[in-house]
Write a new protein. Structure first.
Length: 112
């Protein structure tokens, strides 16, 4: 049986599956990355820009499912303001939408 364990472990690592219940979180993370399961969290933010480039409002249009990630996406848009002035003759306000993605590891560092 002792000779079989290293072989089973090697097979499970190649397959991206933990060999036993006591595998570390790092092993599980590597397995998920190899399988392409760790997808970025995406928030779509809708915001309005005034004619002079000021940010008039910003809100979540499509949530990532994580409220901290959504809040960070809105904060990123607010940090980007003010925007360039728009050409004369454009409407008083312009709607914009942008998708922002965050790596799951970075989202985990934001906390709950």
């Amino acid at each position: 049986m002792k000779a079989l364990l290293p072989i089973l472990c090697a097979i499970s690592i190649v397959a991206g599956v933990p060999a036993h219940a006591t595998s570390t979180k790092a092993d599980q993370h590597q397995a998920q990355e190899k399988q392409g399961q760790r997808k970025p969290l995406t928030t779509e933010v809708r915001f309005f820009i005034g004619r002079n480039g000021d940010l008039l409002s910003a809100s979540v249009y499509r949530s990532s499912g994580n409220r901290k990630v959504d809040a960070e996406a809105i904060a990123a848009v607010r940090r980007a303001a003010p925007f360039p002035k728009r050409p004369a003759g454009t409407p008083a306000r312009m709607e914009m939408r942008i998708k922002l993605q965050m790596d799951p590891d970075a989202a985990a560092r934001l906390g709950k």
